[in-house]
Write a protein that binds this ligand. Structure first.
Ligand SMILES: *[C@@H]1O[C@H](CO)[C@@H](O)[C@H](O)[C@H]1NC(C)=O
Ligand SMILES: *[C@@H]1O[C@H](CO)[C@@H](O)[C@H](O)[C@H]1NC(C)=O
Ligand SMILES: *[C@@H]1O[C@H](CO)[C@@H](O)[C@H](O)[C@H]1NC(C)=O
Ligand SMILES: *[C@@H]1O[C@H](CO)[C@@H](O)[C@H](O)[C@H]1NC(C)=O
Ligand SMILES: *[C@@H]1O[C@H](CO)[C@@H](O)[C@H](O)[C@H]1NC(C)=O
Ligand SMILES: [Zn+2]
Length: 488
């Protein structure tokens, strides 16, 4: 953090302004900045953030640290709260077409039934998500794969588009996919989209040629790896131990382990010693029943994700709030179970805020993402501080985490460029076109899905674990089934 008001800072600011072709000054807001030295959030009231190109140059506690010269865009942030953009470290963007069609599914339904972007990324950006790790498992053909990458690049969001290596067909197996990945990587020109790698067969195929080829690609390319790890009765594998055995965990290449549901002591120790991260997708893990019984014990190596946003909210704000309150419940329970009254609150709003922002940056190996500090990427969200829901706040972190809604988001910038401005997505005309195309294809694809019968859930899940009875709850007296009509 620059020492505000000092002569050196003003000189630095003027120097940068002199060279800035596209500088912006966000002035007069309350800034939730990050102090890289103490590693704490730092609230600055009535301050300013100066952006030059895609980076933050300085963060000051003076609203107008200099006379704004021509060429510097002045953005009045009086009464507003300025935060870093949120980071979503796990989602499947292509599933946007199925929106609302999974409202009462479990993970077992999901696995066998929904195997079907741009609209989804716009949705996320409008909600203040600026970086996304997309586990793209729609790599069925070279065309569907290339289309996913193109949509990510076109979106203008900061994307880690993780090509999923899977045996899609006899003609398009992992060797062909690796060849396509290399071609795509060679032609990447985007500064915001990075080609990454997703693989889910480290446990089921630990020594096969496919796994070894994917591991080689990870080591050669040093591209981010993401995988699904869900244990307990699910037995879906890909534990830190299994990744480590294949030699992909202990290096500077970032690894994001989605869910890490039922992570054990050994796995947690391995994540700490190799500095790799998990992605807690609080809402999905509750909705589908993965659960996350130990995730609160590894929050120092955790970030937040959305997962299948066709089924619920797309925004990390909701994930942070749900994770915060459900974790408080879980930890309080431990005290209450001993017939005692909780003497403290176990989990602060600051911690939830860090999970949603800075920890996501660390998960993808980027200290310059998810923080407001000099030198960081200018991925910013500006919140309305005087909406009916926000009016009267004192602590801006609590205001955002516990009171804000995504409707309070006025501006979103990624790499210093406006993506949402004054409450509307920038380039709305383009968005209108995307909306129409998206709705046409969603109607077509949703019909196919509707005509596909639900799988039978008798016998056992695909990993061999038996299905078990689930008590049905009802909000209406009488002989309920737990469900009223379905409006799909
Ligand atoms: C913010 O600071 C500016 C000077 O930089 C001052 O003019 C303004 O009154 C301050 N606003 C508030 C709300 O304190
Ligand atoms: C919800 O579950 C009920 C009972 O299993 C089923 O009849 C209904 O079709 C389901 N709705 C959706 C949207 O899947
Ligand atoms: C991939 O799947 C095809 C069937 O779609 C099968 O014939 C082939 O043996 C599988 N390849 C591997 C390496 O498992
Ligand atoms: C990427 O950044 C470089 C310099 O930072 C710039 O010259 C180039 O135009 C950028 N490319 C894209 C596609 O934005
Ligand atoms: C990771 O690698 C470093 C050397 O690069 C080594 O010192 C360390 O013990 C390794 N950790 C594990 C868990 O294997
Ligand atoms: Zn997932």
């Amino acid at each position: 953090m620059q020492r505000s008001g000092s002569l050196s800072q003003i000189v630095l600011v003027l120097y940068h302004v002199a060279i800035a072709a596209c500088a912006k000054l966000l002035s007069g807001g309350t800034i939730i900045a990050f102090d890289q030295e103490t590693e704490e959030l730092k609230v600055i009231r009535n301050g300013s953030v100066l952006i030059d190109g895609d980076r933050i140059v300085s963060v000051s506690d003076i609203a107008s640290p200099f006379d704004v010269p021509a060429g510097v865009e002045f953005i009045d942030c009086t009464d507003k709260i300025i935060t870093p953009g949120f980071i979503d470290t796990h989602r499947h963007g292509w599933q946007t077409v199925f929106k609302t069609m999974g409202s009462n599914t479990t993970l077992a339904d999901y696995g066998s039934r929904y195997s079907a972007l741009l609209a989804g990324i716009y949705e996320a950006m409008a909600a203040g998500v600026t970086t996304i790790v997309d586990h793209a498992h729609h790599t069925w053909t070279p065309d569907t794969s290339a289309a996913g990458l193109r949509a990510s690049v076109d979106s203008g969001a900061r994307m880690y588009w993780a090509y999923t290596f899977q045996n899609s067909s006899a003609e398009f197996g992992i060797p062909e996919q690796i060849a396509q990945w290399k071609e795509l990587a060679a032609s990447m020109t985007s500064n915001l989209t990075q080609l990454a790698i997703a693989y889910d067969d480290f446990t089921t195929n630990p020594t096969g040629a496919d796994t070894l080829a994917v591991a080689d690609l990870i080591r050669e390319s040093k591209s981010l790896l993401t995988t699904h790890h869900v244990e307990g009765p699910w037995l879906l594998g890909n534990s830190p131990e299994d990744l480590h055995r294949v030699g992909v965990l202990n290096s500077s290449t970032p690894v994001v382990i989605a869910h890490a549901a039922f992570l054990d002591v050994r796995g947690a120790g391995l994540l700490r010693s190799t500095n790799q991260h998990i992605s807690i997708t609080a809402e999905s893990e509750m909705h589908y029943g993965h659960l996350h019984p130990t995730s609160h014990l590894i929050m120092d190596q955790a970030s937040l994700g959305v997962d299948t946003h066709m089924t619920f909210s797309t925004d990390i704000l909701t994930q942070a709030r749900l994770w915060l309150q459900s974790t408080r419940y879980r930890v309080y329970q431990n005290t209450i179970d001993r017939f005692q009254v909780p003497a403290q609150n176990p989990f602060s709003v600051n911690q939830a805020f860090l999970l949603a922002t800075r920890n996501g940056g660390l998960a993808v190996g980027r200290k310059d993402l998810g923080v407001i500090a000099p030198g960081a990427q200018a991925d910013l969200v500006v919140w309305e501080g005087r909406s009916p829901g926000m009016l009267g706040w004192t602590d801006p972190v609590a205001a955002v985490i516990l009171h804000a809604s995504v409707g309070d988001i006025t501006h979103v910038l990624i790499g210093g460029t406006f993506k949402k401005r004054d409450g509307r997505l920038v380039d709305a005309r383009y968005y209108d076109e995307v909306q129409d195309r998206f709705l046409a294809s969603a109607r077509r694809i949703q019909k196919v899905l509707k005509d596909t019968p639900l799988p039978s859930q008798e016998g056992s899940f695909l990993t061999g674990t038996p299905y078990g009875y689930v008590m049905q709850l009802d909000a209406k007296r009488g002989e309920g089934t737990g469900y009223g009509p379905s409006f799909v």
